[in-house]
Design a protein around this ligand. Structure first.
Ligand SMILES: [Zn+2]
Length: 414
């Protein structure tokens, strides 16, 4: 509040000086406080009244104030806090028009300190902003949603297009210290996963020296696909917070491939060892939905949950199993390439067997079960949601010392 009063008093003082008079700060402060606090006169009006009064007393016609001089001091986006009323100048980075009936436009706007989401409400009757253009935005309100700040543009907001050729160079954030909001990072793609939903274009992990984070891009966005082991800079990506976990939505990000950059990155890989105690259904040879981007496993009757009957399915090998390390039961997922080695059977061979044997696909389960159940494995990979996805798997013959440890651990637990 103190800062707010000071800035208006400074505005008045400046205008008094511009009219060739010496401002009396004490008097201006008294008049301003009385008008705004006792009579509830709005700020802009109070400034005008005081300047006019003082000029009249000195027989001067107040000079017309240039629009710039009326503007309250501009803020830097990085310093904004929820519930702040701010005036700032920024460049529109991306827009999505008509997202809903009550919203004219949503987008991302940036100054040289930070980038932030903005929302223009239909009630404001303000036109949408143009991508790549600069604007001065006066009296917008900072709001917060799921830990992420955004700027609300409402009826009381003034928008003026400005000319600026300044480029907005966002500062890169370390992946280990990302907070919810619009952020820019540089990292290496260390993992790509099959999309778990047909709305997802791509999902995986990106890492730098400081950390590792999940990213996703949505089908609707037409984002370019990122390649494994390549380094990218992702400008203006959206760090979403969900259940306390942060992930990057890169759908609308500006993605630059950095061929010339090498990065030592956090690996994030873990190794678990133990005994496979259970093979879950949907293991062995499975059929997948061939619809572009779907890839869901089909039922035995070739039905996809979403796309119904799919007679032109594609085959895949996978193993979903439970590995017990003596303390924890891990849900592990082993994908085709590793399954071929593990089962000692290529995908083509498995298809051949399934199509020529009376048991069909179940024949594969019959063949692989004794190779897996009760066997000890060391698996390296990464946790994804509640699944441990293997990058490598090794059958580890049990040495007797280990056996003693495991037996002891069972003994203690029982
Ligand atoms: Zn499908």
């Amino acid at each position: 509040m103190e800062i707010y009063i000071m800035s208006s008093i400074e505005t008045i003082s400046l205008q008094i000086s511009n009219n060739g008079l010496t401002p009396n700060i004490e008097r201006i402060t008294r008049d301003y406080t009385r008008l705004t606090h006792e009579f509830g006169v709005p700020d802009k009006e109070a400034i005008k009244v005081i300047v006019t009064d003082i000029c009249k007393e000195n027989n001067i016609t107040p000079k017309k104030v240039k629009p710039e001089a009326q503007i309250t001091p501009t803020s830097k986006l990085i310093n904004t806090k929820p519930n702040d009323w701010i005036t700032f100048e920024g460049k529109v980075i991306s827009v999505s028009d008509n997202p809903s009936k009550t919203v004219t436009q949503m987008g991302i706007i940036a100054d040289d300190s930070a980038a932030i989401k903005y929302i223009i409400f239909s009630k404001s009757e303000l036109p949408p902003l143009e991508k790549e253009s600069w604007y001065k935005i006066e009296s917008a309100v900072v709001d917060e949603f799921r830990g992420q700040k955004n700027i609300k543009i409402h009826k009381g907001t003034t928008i003026t297009k400005t000319e600026s050729d300044t480029s907005v160079m966002p500062k890169l954030c370390e992946i280990g210290s990302i907070e919810p909001g619009i952020t820019s990072v540089q990292g290496k793609i260390t993992q790509l996963w099959e999309p778990f939903s047909d709305k997802i274009h791509q999902t995986g992990l990106i890492a730098d020296e400081s950390g590792i984070i999940k990213f996703v891009s949505w089908k609707s966005s037409n984002q370019i696909p990122l390649e494994l082991h390549k380094v990218y800079t992702l400008y203006f990506t959206n760090a979403d917070s969900w259940n306390g976990k942060i992930s990057l939505n890169i759908s609308d990000a500006l993605v630059i491939e950095n061929d010339d950059v090498t990065l030592d990155v956090m690996n994030g890989e873990k190794t678990i060892s133990g005994c496979i105690v259970h093979i879950q259904s949907g293991s062995g040879l499975i059929k997948r939905c061939p619809v572009e981007g779907c890839n869901r496993p089909l039922t035995r009757q070739n039905f996809c949950n979403i796309h119904e009957l799919q007679p032109k399915y594609k085959y895949d090998l996978r193993l979903r199993a439970i590995l017990d390390d003596g303390h924890t039961a891990h849900n592990v997922l082993i994908q085709c390439e590793l399954c071929e080695k593990l089962f000692d059977m290529t995908l083509d061979k498995a298809i051949d067997i399934a199509e020529s044997q009376p048991l069909g696909m179940s024949e594969i389960e019959v063949i692989i079960t004794p190779k897996i159940i009760g066997q000890y494995f060391t698996i390296s990979g990464r946790s994804f949601e509640d699944m441990f996805i293997a990058n490598s798997i090794e059958n580890t013959p049990l040495d007797t010392t280990k056996l003693v440890t495991i037996i002891n651990s069972f003994g203690v637990d029982a």
